[in-house]
Write a protein that binds this ligand. Structure first.
Ligand code: DQA
Length: 144
């Protein structure tokens, strides 16, 4: 079974974007970490990023029935998008929400997530390790 890993807006800028908050790793580094973790866990993954909300919604719709689950870092859409949340519900897939930064120790507008109430759980604050920890959960769920 395969896990779809989705990344929202501005995450293509990792490495140069606010390195004190998000670290120096690039999105390609995170994709490579996810691939190594998936190999170790016996999972297959597909890793994508878009800055376009409609593209993200289309990908989530297409995932229905095609993947064992979705691991998503919705970026700023976490805090703004009912549409992303509704698409995730429509996918009928287990959702794991991840964030590089600990959103709860940042600005108050990052404390609310539209995705959390429909996710299995949230992993935030562990940098790129947040993704690996999410994949560990999916290995437990899907390879049981
Ligand atoms: C983020 C946290 C969001 O608040 C922010 O808008 C991002 C990245 C994170 O991974 O820490 O773009 O999702």
């Amino acid at each position: 079974t395969s896990v779809l890993i989705l990344n929202g807006p501005n995450l293509n800028m990792l490495g140069t974007r606010e390195p004190t908050t998000y670290g120096h790793e690039t999105l390609a580094d995170i994709a490579a970490l996810c691939q190594r973790s998936a190999d170790n866990l016996g999972l297959s993954i597909e890793f994508r990023q878009t800055n376009h909300e409609g593209v993200m919604i289309d990908w989530i719709h297409e995932a229905r029935g095609q993947y064992g689950g979705i691991l998503i870092n919705p970026g700023a859409w976490t805090h703004t998008s009912v549409a992303i949340r509704d698409a995730l519900v429509a996918s009928e897939l287990p959702i794991v929400e991840v964030h590089l930064s600990n959103v709860h120790k940042r600005e108050s507008f990052r404390h609310h997530s539209f995705v959390t109430p429909i996710a299995v759980g949230v992993i935030a604050g562990f940098g790129s390790q947040s993704y690996r920890l999410g994949l560990e959960y999916f290995a437990h769920l899907l390879n049981a």
